[in-house]
Design a protein around this ligand. Structure first.
Ligand SMILES: O=P(O)(O)OC[C@H]1O[C@H](O)[C@H](O)[C@@H](O)[C@@H]1O
Length: 299
């Protein structure tokens, strides 16, 4: 392997991980949850949020980077009946935890390859339920690309929800907006799942937990404090969850500092509500996300 690239096994908080280094970036991938934990283009700020209060305990997900919510998003009981029925068939009565099973399960490294423009890591969810498989392909270069592939290895079609639950760092929650959601309808999870319509860009002044529908393929997190834009490109997703726990919920969350809500926001590339997806026997479905960070001065 050349000096310009390296992929090393490491661990943090007792969790097995892969450290990726190349000319264009550094990154960390956790084998617990199969999630990207950090991604930093060379000479730039981190693109994913670093959680200073992250302390992992067995069975707990990692609240940092890009947790994988699969094969359902959020509270299963809030999912469409087709998702609930499919999960009952695949997993049965143990389907109680929020955001599914993948984010607190072990994943296995399937391949790691160096290319001229990126390093590619492929992981597979260990011990997936019978009839279903999940793999992740991550590419690290000047951008971060994520692809989650759900495969139906059984004999019955299923319908699922999912999300790439990305945590982004911000200079201050008062100094950011999300562009691209103007006039999208959303469900407010904090107001009895009532329907609303977005006017203008999204700003934050209170706890926010919204499921946006019919969202465009590209959204932008605009950070005026750091003069930075983070672009999320997700052509296969028509739904996006926007979350910030704000003051009270920050105090109740595990692995979360009371002031951390000021330094992060989640923009979750999703397949939820009427955007859930069905996979026939022998077929696959893929969710892709490419994240690009640029200075506001040159975008
Ligand atoms: O605390 P977690 O299970 O990691 O979930 C964190 C958050 O994820 C999503 O954004 C949901 O819409 C929120 O309702 C939830 O609070």
């Amino acid at each position: 392997m050349s000096d310009l690239f390296s992929i090393n096994k490491t661990s943090f908080n007792g969790v097995a991980a892969l450290q990726i280094r190349r000319r264009e970036c550094t990154a960390l991938v956790s084998l617990l949850g199969g999630q990207v934990m950090s991604f930093q283009p060379t000479g730039e700020r981190p693109v994913l949020w670093h959680n200073p209060d992250l302390v992992w305990a067995p069975g707990e997900p990692l609240r940092q980077g890009i947790p994988v919510c699969w094969p359902w998003f959020g509270d299963l009981r809030k999912n469409p009946p087709a998702v609930q029925a499919s999960i009952a068939g695949l997993i049965g009565g143990q389907a109680t935890q929020a955001h599914g099973i993948a984010r607190s399960a072990n994943w296995v490294l399937q391949s790691a390859d160096e290319h001229d423009e990126f390093t590619e890591i492929c992981l597979v969810l260990e011990s997936a339920p019978d009839g279903i498989a999940l793999s992740a392909r991550y590419r690290f270069g000047t951008q971060l690309s994520c692809e989650l592939i759900t495969e139906n290895t059984g004999g019955t079609a299923f319908t699922l929800s999912m999300a790439l639950h990305s945590y982004f760092p911000v200079s201050d929650i008062d100094a950011v907006n999300i562009d691209g959601l103007d006039s999208c309808h959303y469900v407010d999870a904090l107001s009895n799942w009532s329907q609303h319509q977005q006017a203008g860009s999204v700003a934050f002044s209170e706890e926010t937990d919204r499921l946006y529908q019919d969202t465009p393929p590209e959204l932008t997190l605009v950070d005026r404090g750091w003069r930075r834009r983070i672009r999320l490109n997700a052509p296969g997703s028509r739904s996006t969850v926007v979350w910030n726990p704000w003051i009270d919920k920050s105090q109740r969350l595990s692995q979360f500092g009371p002031e951390s809500y000021r330094s992060m926001v989640c923009i979750e590339t999703a397949r939820v509500l009427d955007d859930v997806f069905t996979v026939a026997p022998g077929e696959q479905s893929s969710l892709q996300l490419t994240i690009t960070s640029t200075s506001s001065d040159d975008s």
